[in-house]
Design a protein. Structure first.
Length: 278
């Protein structure tokens, strides 16, 4: 019971902090239209909150087990620990962020393949993108990220403070890039994934959806040819062909007939088409 209580407390603390921060941001940006914005987002916000609580509170302790097993089974070379300790702390943190985002990039890109799309489609179903959309994840997709995202940092012997720092920054940046603001971040958007760049990733056009997979930096998208400048697509429509669902519907989504092998044209329409040239 103690581990459940810990995860519940951590989840509530996170919700209060992020809710306050992004609630104030919405007030500043939306102003007189805040009421209409809240009305539009209400239904999907409730679904996302339900998925967040379901994943974090009920499955959080279970998710912690494979992550702990990964940490304990991956033994980095002692020389790597000495290497990181000899570098400036800011440099170590930046390297951890880049490595973390590299793994996230490829895990995320893999989830757009037809084999994994059924568990990732839930994340793209929001038609009213907002800060809590980052937690619109099916439990199977959440488990996949726990199993995959952190392993390379442990294998490369990064100090725990750098791993924790990279995870914290990635988490907050994830909330930020899902916020309903048309910000490209100007010159900083050439290096950092902006809310506008990530909204483009959620665009209703499945071909363009195969772009901007990074969470924090644009480096890997640019290096592997999946970056698209979001300026022509500000405030684009978001969502997927399959449509949005309520909480129970999203839990059942991967098991719908449309996602089964051999489902024909319905299954083809259900997954995002790859972007030309990638």
């Amino acid at each position: 019971m103690e581990i459940f209580a810990h995860h519940a407390q951590a989840t509530l603390t996170m919700l209060v902090m992020t809710g306050t921060a992004f609630g104030l941001l919405a007030l500043l940006v939306k102003r007189r239209t805040i009421g209409a914005a809240l009305a539009r987002v209400h239904g999907e916000f409730t679904t996302n909150l339900g998925l967040l609580l379901f994943n974090a509170v009920l499955f959080g302790p279970l998710f912690a087990l494979p992550e702990g097993a990964i940490r304990d089974s991956l033994v980095a070379l002692p020389e790597l620990g000495s290497f990181w300790s000899g570098l400036n702390e800011l440099a170590v943190l930046l390297c951890a962020i880049l490595v973390y985002d590299f793994v996230v990039y490829w895990r995320h890109r893999a989830e757009h393949h037809r084999w994994l799309w059924p568990i990732h489609a839930t994340h793209h179903a929001d038609t009213t993108l907002h800060w809590l959309s980052v937690h619109r994840k099916h439990p199977l997709s959440k488990l996949l990220s726990v199993l995959v995202d952190i392993w390379l940092l442990f294998l490369l012997g990064f100090p725990e403070w750098a791993i924790a720092g990279a995870a914290f920054l990635r988490s907050w940046w994830g909330f930020f890039i899902h916020a309903d603001v048309p910000w490209t971040l100007g010159v900083f958007g050439k290096v950092l994934i902006s809310p506008a760049a990530h909204r483009l990733h959620h665009i209703r056009d499945e071909a363009l959806m195969g772009s901007n997979y990074g969470n924090t930096v644009t480096l890997w998208d640019k290096l592997f040819g999946t970056y698209i400048d979001p300026k022509p697509y500000l405030d684009c429509e978001t969502g997927i062909a399959e449509g949005t669902r309520g909480f129970l519907g999203e839990l059942a989504r991967p098991f719908e007939r449309r996602y089964r092998p051999g489902a024909g044209s319905e299954a083809t329409a259900a997954r995002p088409a790859p972007r030309a040239g990638t």
